[in-house]
Design a protein around this ligand. Structure first.
Ligand code: NDP
Length: 374
């Protein structure tokens, strides 16, 4: 029985806190050896008291990037959980891989921006990428190491977000408060807005392409409002496997931390009689253009996924600060994708440059759309 020595980058966030819950639940399987917080020193202090052996760092100072790298390559660690929102986790993820550590990835943005580079680095250094995003964790569980040649389709489930039934003409009136009320998941602010626009699913389609080596035209999305089936794999023989659990991120974190074993825990299982039914419907692709933009970015690849991701981060921030309206998020991403020059086989430096340039262009478009501006 292996006890994994785990570093948690982004320990104060929603995923980070769930990871600490998992660590508390199965102390014979997880030893927390490192924790990072960006600004939330109170939560970091609480965690450091609870896990006194862990090295704890704050990363919002001028040497934050260095401290993250140091923690990601901590000699005593064998698994690094990347749970930092946005792309700040990319360099630490690559550093951990180069140091020979397995990584568990919650931060989908880093796989969208640089999935090819991350997967190539993992193959080169012989380390495992363990998906924590619930959909990818579900697919990982359904595949159980099978070759993707046996896969016909990956089917990502999607709650539909809070505006699944909202008519398109009401989208202009959506406020951050309304968008932050997710029907089935408790998450950080950025991913909650992404769930409302369906950019979360868009990012996940691209994430799935890199993680599992399946082309975009075999990655589908189905709306499943109960969020009980976390995703499915349809194999070439027509059989479909699904993974089910309550919507609690402790499940995928637990599996990533204990893989390849099945380990008992105190998480509450499903009660099918209480559940009653599971529903499915097609996503409203026209009203939620994020999915179409993901197909375009994930098919053309190059710098385009990095551009989509960066523009979305800028747009979400502008929306949360009430500078733009909700539908502007799609408009900013689409216009930024149109305006950014496209490079075919970018190296990491080129991707970082594409990310920077896209943020600048997206911010300029956001300023031009500013609410109240005439
Ligand atoms: P939160 O906003 O709740 O937490 C973000 C974490 O990252 C915090 O610990 C924060 O520190 C830290 N952080 C923020 N900015 C930086 C930075 N520039 N450098 C270093 N650390 C930073 O986010 P979530 O936990 O919701 O999401 C984390 C990632 O996991 C995202 O990529 C998200 O897409 C993904 N994910 C989340 C799910 C969820 O259920 N929440 C589900 C699936 C994926 P501090 O608080 O101290 O400032």
């Amino acid at each position: 029985m292996k006890r994994r020595r785990v570093v948690i980058l982004g320990a104060t966030g929603s995923i980070g806190q769930s990871a600490l819950k998992v660590a508390r639940d199965i102390p014979d399987r997880i030893e927390v050896v490192g924790l990072s917080a960006h600004r939330n020193s109170a939560a970091l202090e609480r965690a450091s008291k609870e896990f006194p052996g862990a090295r704890c760092v704050r990363t919002d100072g001028p040497d934050g990037a260095e401290r993250l790298l140091e923690l990601a390559t901590l000699p005593s660690a064998d698994l690094v959980l990347i749970a930092i929102v946005g792309t700040a986790g990319l360099q630490p993820a690559l550093a951990a891989i180069e140091a020979g550590k397995d990584i568990a990835v919650a931060s989908k943005e880093i796989l969208v921006m640089a999935g090819e580079a991350v997967m190539a680095a993992a193959a080169k250094h012989g380390v495992k990428i363990l998906p924590v995003d619930s959909e990818h964790n579900a697919i990982f569980q359904c595949l159980e190491g099978r070759e993707t040649a046996s896969v016909r389709r990956l089917i990502l489930t999607c709650s539909g977000g809070p505006f699944r039934d909202t008519p398109r003409e009401d989208f202009d009136a959506i406020t951050p408060e309304l968008a932050l009320r997710h029907p089935t998941w408790q998450m950080g602010r950025k991913i909650t807005i992404d769930s409302a626009t369906l950019f979360n699913k868009a990012l996940e389609m691209i994430e799935a392409k890199w993680l599992f080596g399946v082309p975009m035209d075999r990655i589908e999305v189905v709306v499943h409002p109960q969020s009980i089936i976390h995703s499915m794999v349809e194999f070439v023989d027509g059989s479909t496997l699904a993974q089910l659990s309550r919507s609690d991120m402790c499940f995928p974190i637990h599996y990533a931390a204990t893989w390849p074993d099945r380990v008992p825990n105190s998480l509450q299982p499903l009660d099918f009689s209480a559940l009653g039914r599971l529903d499915f419907e097609a996503p409203r692709r026209k009203d939620f253009p994020a999915l179409g933009l993901a197909v375009e970015a994930g098919t053309r690849t190059g710098t385009l996924p990095a551009v989509l991701n960066a523009a979305n981060e800028v747009a979400v921030d502008a929306f949360l600060h009430r500078r733009i309206r909700f539908p502007h998020i799609w408009e900013i991403v689409a216009r930024t994708m149109d305006r950014c020059p496209h490079a075919g086989h970018p190296d990491l430096a080129r991707l970082i440059e594409a990310d920077r340039a896209a943020r600048e262009i997206a911010a300029e478009i956001a300023r031009s759309l500013r609410v109240g501006k005439h």
